[in-house]
Design a protein. Sequence first.
Length: 461
Amino acid sequence: MAKKLIGLVAGIAVICGSATLFAQEGTKPANVSAGTLMVKGKNYPLKNAAAYETTVDGEEGIAVVLSGPTISSEKLNAARKSEKAGDMPDFRKPYVKLEFTKAGEFKGWGAGAGDISLGRRKGDATGEIKLEDGRAIGKANQPNETEGMFPSGLDVHFDVPLLRAGESLPPSKKPGPAANVKPSVTGIFKGNGKDAKLTNVSAHWREPFGDKPSIVLVFTEKDHAKGKKPDFNAGFGKFGSALIVSLHEDGDIFGCEVAHSALKHQNFSSIGKIQTNNFEYADGKVHGELTTDGPADIFGETWEVNVQFVAPLGEIPKEFQPAESKKEEKPASTESSKKAATTDSDDDDDDDNDDAAVQPKAAGLNVKDLALTKDASDVDYKALVEQLGFKSKGNVKSVSAELSSNLKGQGWTKQGSDLITPASAILKRKRVDAELTIFVTSENGGSKVKMMTEGLAWDEK
């Protein structure tokens, strides 16, 4: 559902010009990739790159991705799978994706930085690429623009191995016992411009989210090493100002709690405002950078983080490993399948064990038939991005519980574990071929709900 999460579409001018592609013999050069993407006056460093064979407009081609965060094998494989299905791949921002045919023709680009995402397009930038000794080598440049709504520019070069069809990057995970390293954190953590010194960090495994292994990082002013449930208690200020970040092994963040003594709203969720750079889980430790790329606005206030950290983290315990996918069952007879497709099961109360064959078909379910809370108000349907939002008088926990119960009654099942804190919650639900990602946040004594949908009907009733 990543393509549904794009809340703002805007222009970023990047490499969009002529290109050449040629092969020649030569000595294998050093692995080099670097560059900068400039958008609206802000520079985004692109320190990592990967090149791989793909399909471009139905033809064999080559894609080059330059990214701020590390490009993991898992993320690259998922992107290639999306491309094969005709969908827009999802890379962690900031990134630039360049596409070429095997003959060297430049076909377009996609990019993302901050809260801006843009699909493939062309422009007047210049660039070149060549194949040499199994590597993709090239550069691109566009002088920084000074006019237009979204001034932008690009200056990159790359020299990386070319992954052939069927080849992958080395797996990013290297499990093992926790490394004998001292946890450390340096950098800034500001609320309304006032810095709070985060001097303690720890990393822990948590329940899987989205059927993937998940990690929680806890940053605090005071020592929390001996505290019980440090991620939970830190959110209530028991260790001073704190930052609690939930993420996957590749550094993809899906949860962020901010607790800062200089803010009026001292505990809130700020998903989408923060990202990792050069994040890695390997050799019994996690390390990298967390940043908001400057101040982020929230409830009329600002907060900002830019820290570098390292913390020991051993192999994932069995209780936190994602459940193995169920084996596909033999298809039922045609007659029984038709009956199951139109009949709700009243006997099964376990969300995680519902059989998809007996769920009502999602096809035909209109978004306006979707179960909400009883007191839902200010309901806003956004057909263009297939999102809806509403408000409730209940707190985050009660709203999440009511939504879960109501959706279960419609045949929706849980996808992974719910992430629920006093300030925010993330729920994922599936119903045959439809999916929901639900964000619940605390607002003015009640709650605000945002639902990303996929597979529902959006036609007028």
